[in-house]
Design a protein around this ligand. Structure first.
Ligand code: HAS
Ligand code: CU
Length: 560
């Protein structure tokens, strides 16, 4: 392993300065490969779910015990492993690139890889044994084998090790550079991980204090509603932990990739600061229909959800500005000509442009979910998977694929295999997801429940048939696209003979409006974190106080 990495070291920019060192590169590289393993397993289950809509049972498709076993594998591998390992991998690399120094601790970096691997392997074994058919939200009183919760602990600890390493690296850098602005790309990784550090407290409390002891038999009963409050404390912010690595690519890499400059350093810092402050105090928008939580607190979370919508709107305009300047610099004219002048022939760029376009619909459906009264129509219906395949399933997943088209060549030193296939892959995914989500959204509006083996439903409403077919066709298209992606990546690693021309991380360091024009206050990360904590206390303490004392009365149930 080290010999491969050692020969590669020469291909990394700045290798001469000892910035990208071999023992730090392999955990980043292998964590990236876990992204692909998780995608392959989860994507395979996704195909089964799509086919279930048109009469192919999950049992016959994958030899599983039930549809719900497949759905649990799908959710855990994609929502937790695929996204987390990508965040760890890309953000570690960009932290090194941003601060221009190795990560503070090689041990933490390697530890992050090993704990992610342990979580994936352990989780996969328990899920395949049908001992954790509790879906990725593991709502109690559904009960899994304790080792499943331990696997979840490993996955989260892996992200914490990366968090600790990023903060440590920042502090080392700060000690050497007391008066400088935090380099922008490092600022984005730092704020993303601090946000997640705060957000993950909810799930940590839920698992360590309530669910794990209960599943171990230390306590007989649990309190499902209390567990849900802690789950959604993390559960909304987690979507921004999935999204922000994609945003980091859109802000920091895409302008460079299209031959443009980022619009504004200050606006970028402000966007990430807003995510740090407002991602967490919004979790109750997943619990509008839950009893025992006051309408006032739900309404406060509703308003804050509209606040956290705002940095994504900023992102839309500011990325569009960068893209437009790139398109015009490439000769695009007129109102829309710049769009066609963008480098659509570059698979890394086109996948991410498509991810952005699809995300506009993801954002619109998010607003529908967030509006409390309208939420009553869509909650727990197929509309919700329609929404989140436009967001995490495309804005994030297709961006991860697009980034992989430079990241894998960069890390392996090999030229991208069959770029034309890669190009087709991005388009297929976008077309597939638009069809799939159209099916799910219309099904949801026709009262089709989510998380249900519709193929086995005892009744069918008019309109479901079309929804099922669109879901199935879209899902199969996405699976074909996923297979092409895999082919390109595996081909790059094992069949590609030529060296890659990508020897630099595509990060743009010179925004049109640079750091001198932005508030130094944004860099006071410690103070901003304190403000974030105060907001969280304000948004959650009243609910927790009104809820106590909790009632531990529910025994566990195994429904599979
Ligand atoms: Fe969501 C449920 C509200 C964003 C994921 N969401 C979910 C669930 C998931 C999920 C997984 O309020 C289901 C959880 C479960 O299992 O129960 N969501 C929102 C809102 C936003 C939002 C307001 N969600 C996301 C993101 C996700 C994600 C991001 C994953 C990564 N969501 C909800 C609510 C629920 C919910 C309720 C609960 C529903 C229920 O009842 O259960 C916002 O953050 C969205 C903001 C987005 C925008 C779009 C900006 C567009 C951009 C692209 C610009 C385009 C360019 C293109 C530049 C404002 C940035 C130019 C290119 C050219 C070629 C010209
Ligand atoms: Cu949410």
């Amino acid at each position: 392993m080290s010999s491969i990495a050692a020969t590669q070291e020469t291909t990394f920019e700045g290798a001469q300065d000892g910035v990208f060192v071999a023992e730090q590169m392999w955990p980043i590289r292998y964590q990236l490969y876990l992204v692909f393993v998780a995608l392959a397993v989860g994507g395979w289950m996704g195909l089964g779910q799509a086919l279930e809509r048109v009469g192919v049972s999950m049992e016959s498709f994958a030899g599983l015990e039930s549809y719900y076993q497949g759905l649990s594998i799908h959710g855990v591998t994609l929502a937790l492993v695929f996204t987390f390992s990508f965040a760890n991998s890309l953000c570690s690399l960009l932290t090194i690139r941003g601060f221009g120094r190795p990560m503070a601790s090689t041990m933490l970096l390697q530890g992050s890889f090993w704990t992610m691997l342990a979580g994936l392997v352990l989780g996969a074994i328990i899920l395949l044994m049908n001992q954790a058919t509790v879906l990725f939200t593991f709502y109690t009183p559904m009960e899994a084998n304790p080792l499943f919760y331990l696997a979840a602990v490993f996955l989260v600890v892996s992200t914490w090790l990366t968090l600790a390493n990023i903060i440590w690296t920042y502090r080392q850098w700060r000690a050497d550079n007391p008066d400088e602005r935090i380099p922008l790309v490092a600022f984005t990784t730092l704020t993303t991980y601090i946000m997640w550090g705060l957000a993950s407290i909810g799930i940590a409390v839920e698992v360590v204090f309530f669910v794990l002891p209960w599943s171990l038999g230390i306590w007989d009963n649990t309190d499902p509603q209390l567990n849900r409050i802690f789950f959604w404390f993390t559960g909304h912010a987690i979507v921004y932990f999935w999204l922000l690595p994609a945003y980091i690519s859109w802000y920091m890499c895409m302008p460079k990739q299209v031959g443009a400059r980022l619009f504004s350093d200050g606006l970028t810092r402000m966007t990430f600061v807003l995510f740090l402050l407002f991602s967490i105090p919004t979790g109750l928008h997943h619990q509008y229909t839950d009893p025992g939580i006051s309408a006032t607190m739900k309404s406060i979370h509703l308003v804050l959800t509209f606040v956290i919508f705002f940095p994504s709107l900023i992102t839309a305009f500011s990325i569009m500005a960068a893209l437009e300047s790139g398109g015009r610099a490439r000769g695009g004219k007129g109102l829309f000509g710049w769009i066609f002048a963008l480098p659509w022939g570059n698979p890394s760029v086109s996948a991410q442009l498509l991810a952005m376009l699809v995300f506009t619909l993801g954002g619109a459906t998010g607003l529908i979910n967030a509006s409390m009264t309208v939420n009553l129509v869509v909650h727990n219906t197929a509309f919700i998977p329609g929404h989140f395949h436009l967001t995490v399933g495309t804005a994030v997943a297709l961006t991860i694929m697009g980034v992989s088209y430079w990241f894998v060549p960069f890390m392996s030193g090999k030229k991208l295999f069959q770029p034309k296939l890669a190009l087709a892959q991005g388009w297929l995914w976008a077309l597939g997801v638009l069809t799939f989500s159209r099916g799910q959204i219309s099904g949801g509006l026709e009262a089709m429940p989510r998380r249900t083996a519709i193929g086995e439903a005892a009744y069918e409403l008019p309109g479901w048939e079309l929804s099922n077919w669109l879901t199935a066709i879209g899902g199969v298209t996405m699976a074909v696209s996923g297979a092409l992606f895999f082919l390109v990546i595996v081909g790059t690693l094992f069949l590609s003979k030529e060296p890659t021309e990508i020897t630099e991380i595509p990060v743009g360091d010179e925004p049109v409006h640079g750091p001198k024009e932005s508030w130094a206050f944004f860099d006071r990360i410690g103070q901003l974190t304190v403000i974030a904590v105060v907001l969280i206390i304000f948004a959650y303490l009243p609910t927790l106080i009104s809820y106590l004392p909790a009632t531990f009365e529910s025994p566990g149930v195994k429904v599979w």
